[in-house]
Design a protein around this ligand. Structure first.
Ligand code: PMP
Length: 466
């Protein structure tokens, strides 16, 4: 009774299905269906809606992959991309530069916390994380600290799909069947309050996490640890909002131990929590580097980047190694079309979308929270316009209903029929709609999700598995 992603395909799409099966390798494929798999075909997007291959209109619940922040079909953005392509579609960043990237870097520096002053642009989130960590290696080599390279990362983290970024991922299924740079990474617990040890208060859980952080540094040695990387709110790990004050305490410990704090804002940056960056404006921290992607262009162009502290750059400039080379650059670093559309996207965010997000977020969270009335739902949690509905077999044991039950996919299949695309994550459903969503649309989304979960409960009962 396993639901396969391909089952969502409607009749009438058969040509595309055939082509996809013959020629596409989809992301995260299982060996048994690799290169032979079709997924729900999306034809069009408009605002918070997408239309599938059969013409059915769906609310884009995950906003693509947390990224369509200002919504689909924004003519302002399309036009900027066209105009920029007609003016200058590309220039080599090796020995030339363009105006949109310099202007975007200035706007980013203005919005960023602390002394984060300069941006290195990449092609997405993985390459941003990779850049930040290679920069840390370079920085410590130049400072004569070649042994200071280990990276602290946490359970539940997702930082990317390139070799080093994937090595930091905390969910086993993202990397169980591949190798990683394990010798460079030290893993810490996930800061997930829902899964804290039984009987422990949230405050005590926060202390536990901070103690573990300190103890790990003491055990491994601060002189061997180059960086800590963490998402302010773990996104793909199930929208894990950390205990109050925990990130600030981690930030201070990093500062005390000369460990660079890399805040991975690939999901939280550019509006998802109501601000351009959440590190400073939501969590009150000033990281040494911030990585971003996704919402920077609202998904209209593959762009990401890492913002770097002035202090680090100044230290390099004043080092004894003025000729040491940061041998790192991408063909599409500072891409003019990406940077131009990001500028227009930032205008939209700053001229209203951020304020709207801050205003509607409490309503969005409160409406979703009502789903906790359903017995299959263990917890609804979130912040800003990102939330997660976590299903459990039983509230006492919090048994997550293991993979074979495919609860997230079952809910997604029902919701698809009812007009909502859900992002299933094993036993969880993640909701992160375009930030322009209205209250009425939130009501529609929650009503469909409620019905989708109810139908799933009926199915599970009928099959006798719940
Ligand atoms: N960091 C975080 C927090 C992410 O959620 C993601 C992607 N979901 C990445 C990094 C990797 O970004 P990309 O897929 O653009 O390479």
């Amino acid at each position: 009774s396993k639901i396969k992603a391909g089952e969502l395909i409607e009749p009438g799409d058969s040509d595309v299905v055939e082509l996809a099966k013959r020629h596409l390798v989809q992301p995260w494929p299982y060996a048994g269906s690799v290169g032979n798999e079709a997924r729900a075909l999306i034809g069009e997007g408009d605002g918070i809606y997408i239309t599938d291959g059969s013409g059915k209109r769906l609310i884009d619940g995950p906003a693509g992959m947390w990224c369509i922040n200002v919504g689909h079909r924004r003519e302002e953005l399309a036009k900027v991309m066209y105009d920029q392509a007609m003016a200058l579609s590309y220039n080599t960043p090796w020995y030339t530069m363009n105006a949109p990237s310099a202007e975007l870097a200035r706007r980013i520096a203005d919005a960023a916390p602390g002394d984060l002053s300069h941006t290195f642009f990449t092609t997405g989130g993985s390459s941003a994380v990779e850049t930040a960590l290679r920069f840390m290696q370079f920085y410590n080599n130049v400072r004569g600290r070649p042994e200071k390279k280990l990276i602290l990362s946490r359970g539940g983290a997702y930082h990317g799909s390139t070799y080093l970024s994937a090595s930091l991922n905390g969910r086993p299924r993202d990397r169980d069947w591949m190798d990683g740079a394990d010798e460079l990474v030290v893993k810490l617990s996930s800061p997930d309050p829902f899964r804290r040890p039984k009987g422990m208060s949230i405050a005590a859980f926060s202390d536990f996490l901070v103690d573990q952080f300190r103890d790990t540094i003491a055990r491994v040695g601060a002189d061997r640890i180059g960086a800590f990387i963490g998402e302010p709110v773990q996104a793909s790990g199930g929208v894990v909002v950390p205990p109050d004050g925990y990130l600030k305490r981690i930030r201070e410990i990093c500062r005390d131990n000369d460990i660079l704090y890399v805040s991975d804002e690939v999901v939280t940056g550019f509006g998802r929590l109501g601000h351009v960056f959440a590190s400073g404006d939501v969590f009150g921290i000033d990281p040494d580097m911030i990585t971003f992607a996704k919402g920077v262009t609202s998904g209209y162009f593959p762009l990401g980047g890492v913002i770097i502290s002035e202090r680090l750059l100044e230290e390099l400039r004043r080092s004894n190694h003025p000729d040491a080379l940061f041998g790192h650059g991408l063909t599409y670093t500072s891409h003019p079309i990406g940077c131009a559309v990001a500028l227009a996207n930032l205008d939209l965010l700053e001229e209203g979308v951020l304020a709207h997000t801050r205003e509607i977020a409490p309503y969005f969270q409160a409406r979703l929270k009502t789903l906790e009335e359903l017995p299959l739902v263990g917890e609804v949690r979130g912040l800003g316009l990102m939330a997660c509905v976590e299903c459990v077999a039983d509230r006492e044991s919090k048994d997550p209903l293991q993979l074979d039950k495919d609860v997230g996919k079952r809910i997604d299949a029902h919701c698809h029929e009812l007009g909502l695309l859900v992002r299933p994550l094993i036993n969880m459903c993640v909701m992160s709609p375009p930030l322009i969503i209205t209250k009425e649309q939130v009501d529609d989304m929650v009503a469909i999700l409620r019905e989708g979960i109810s139908r799933t409960m009926d199915d599970l009962r009928k099959e006798g598995v719940w």
